[in-house]
Design a binder for this molecule. Structure first.
Ligand code: G3P
Length: 219
């Protein structure tokens, strides 16, 4: 199980990389828009900080234009993975990009059949959106489990990225469901490390030592 950071914010990426727990980054047009900077400039910056896969989403709607955009993205850095929406045109693009040796992450996956099609087209990654399924009363994590079991059973090399992760429990559940990766916002990463008993324990250890330290220093 690996963690990717789901953000285009450099401060968040630098901080998380310093913790030593992040293997890659995923972005989408919404996350990029928040940064008010060109795609190319930001993606190049991220790829210099993160040696692992960095997903960059196409904006085109038809296969030929997606492939054109993808080819351009992949000249920006060797670790760019092109994010392609789970549409008919997207599948055609994935097939062509796979043949050209360009890594793809099929995004906006909400059903097992969609994941199967993406894997058959040659996707390197699929991204089921857990939170958005939960939002409409479906069990997003059950889908992650079904896709992981299917890919394992069929020996598909496509890796499963649990996406649209909203809270730390989602990360635990994604690991248990067999996801290879969870891509998470920085706020969720921070939430994963916090525990009130850890904070209380650190405070008490220091207080206990401070009670005796002054007398020991005199000796
Ligand atoms: O990785 C996809 C993710 O960014 C979508 O998350 O919270 O907008 O559903 P959310």
């Amino acid at each position: 199980m690996q963690l990717f950071l789901d953000t285009a914010n450099l401060d968040e990426i630098r901080e998380a990389v310093n913790w030593g727990v992040i293997s890659g980054v995923t972005t989408n047009p919404t996350l990029m828009a928040k940064e008010q900077i060109s795609y190319q400039e930001r993606v190049s910056e991220i790829c210099q900080i993160v040696p692992g896969p960095v997903s960059v989403e196409v904006l085109a709607q038809d296969a030929a234009s997606m492939v054109r955009e993808a080819r351009e993205f992949s000249t920006w850095a060797p670790n760019v993975v092109v994010k392609i929406p789970m549409t008919k045109e997207g599948l055609k693009a994935v097939k062509d990009l796979t043949a050209a040796g360009i890594q793809t992450n099929v995004t906006l996956v909400f059903a097992l059949n969609q994941a199967l099609l993406a894997a058959l087209a040659g996707a390197s990654y699929v991204s089921p959106f857990v939170g958005r399924l939960d939002d409409i009363g479906h069990d997003g994590m059950a889908l992650v489990g079904q896709i992981s079991a299917l890919f394992q059973g069929c020996n598909f090399p496509t890796r499963v990225i649990a996406a649209s992760i909203r809270h730390p429990l989602h990360v635990t559940q994604a690991a248990q469901a067999g996801a290879h990766i969870a891509t998470i916002p920085f706020s969720v990463l921070e939430g994963m490390l916090q525990h009130p008993l850890t904070d209380a324990g650190v405070k008490r250890f220091l207080e206990d030592w401070q009670k005796v330290a002054p007398s020991l220093e005199k000796k």
